[in-house]
Ligand binder design. Structure first.
Ligand SMILES: Nc1nc2c(ncn2[C@@H]2O[C@H](COP(=O)(O)OP(=O)(O)OP(=O)(O)O)[C@@H](O)[C@H]2O)c(=O)[nH]1
Ligand SMILES: [Mg+2]
Ligand SMILES: [Zn+2]
Length: 307
């Protein structure tokens, strides 16, 4: 039988067979070691084949081919990779200006990651009800940077309801990953779009300004209007894997379009003469924050696991 993995805890899985059947499943032993370097062989969004045992438990036999996935460095072991979700139509990165604050570096790392699998990504600025004039100016500056790069932007508030109908329209009939730091309001926005979900939410700490890691497992939820949202646990950092230094620039669209004008085809846009990216940076055509993010990712990329 075939099913969709709608929750993964690492040791067991929740399956949905598309006809109203839900099964708690485990993975047949042979698969546990087969995938080298992965902390989880199966993720939400995977299509699997399963058998029902005599005692009624489901056992996953085969994992269907993935047409894409979002992968990051395992938070527990930097030598391992963790699949956040598979087979997505799009990703929504939730950004908050405050409580908690989302850094530009974090946004750029996420965008590089989704860009490598051509997963269309939208930036969703949440908690707009909390913004003062300074915050709004900062947010508008960010909008300008990312809109110019072609990323769609939504401005929403799960509390006031601002932008929720537009957000819902963008979710209809698609499989969408909701990602972002803990406390940005991923579960709150899912509830705002689909009130029946009743997902658990928890206030951000007054002491640290950070979220409480309320959602613990990535879970797919069906939407009444059609489509699925994948609510995920908050992530602190987005460690990038499987990227060579020469490749990083390909996933910054404003660098990629200039690369052919660099004197050297393998230009890393550092101190090479005749670098079109540096020229654009100096001319103010590339945002300094994007170049900083590039340098920081370059620092991480291509580092062998034993280093
Ligand atoms: N003022 C305001 N508060 C919000 C908004 N959206 C969410 N919150 C609050 O922010 C806190 C965190 O929301 P959650 O939905 O639990 O955040 P999350 O991103 O799911 O967090 P994790 O599950 O820990 O990753 C809760 O107290 C929410 O009520 C918003 O638009 N405005
Ligand atoms: Mg949550
Ligand atoms: Zn260059």
């Amino acid at each position: 039988m075939e099913a969709l993995v709608i929750q993964s805890t690492g040791s067991w899985y929740q399956l949905d067979d598309g006809q109203g059947g839900r099964y708690k499943a485990r993975l047949r032993g042979k698969h546990r070691q087969t995938i080298e370097g992965l902390s989880n062989p199966i993720a939400v969004g995977d299509r699997v084949q399963f058998d029902l045992e005599d005692d009624g438990t489901a056992v996953i036999d085969e994992i269907g081919e993935r047409h894409n996935h979002i992968i990051r460095r395992s938070p527990r072991n930097r030598h391992k990779k963790h699949i956040v979700a598979a087979n997505l139509d799009q990703a929504f990165l939730l950004v908050t200006i405050a409580l908690p604050r989302t850094s530009l570096g974090f946004i750029d790392r996420f965008l590089v990651n989704t860009q490598t699998y051509h997963i269309p990504t939208t930036l969703v600025f949440n908690k707009t009800d909390l913004l003062d004039d300074d915050d709004r100016r900062r947010m508008e500056g960010m909008h300008e940077t990312y809109r110019e790069l072609g990323y769609p932007i939504h401005t929403v508030s799960a509390v006031s309801g601002e932008g929720i109908p537009e957000l819902a329209a963008a979710l209809k009939d698609r499989i969408t990953l909701l990602a972002g730091h803990s406390g940005v309001g991923k579960s709150s926005l899912a509830n705002a779009v689909e009130p029946g979900l009743g997902l658990k939410v928890k206030a951000v700490s007054h002491v640290t300004g950070k979220g409480m890691h309320t959602t613990t497992f990535a879970t797919m939820h069906p939407l009444d209007m059609g489509g699925w949202i994948v609510d995920t646990p908050g992530i602190r950092e987005f460690g990038i894997v499987d990227l060579e230094r020469e490749e990083v620039g390909h996933y910054f669209p404003e660098f990629a379009e200039r690369l052919e004008h660099c004197r050297f085809h393998n230009c890393l846009h550092l101190n090479e003469p005749g670098c079109a990216v540096r020229e654009a940076l100096e001319a103010g055509e590339i945002a300094a924050s994007r170049y900083d993010s590039y340098l920081s990712i370059l620092d991480d990329a291509g580092t062998p696991d034993w280093a």
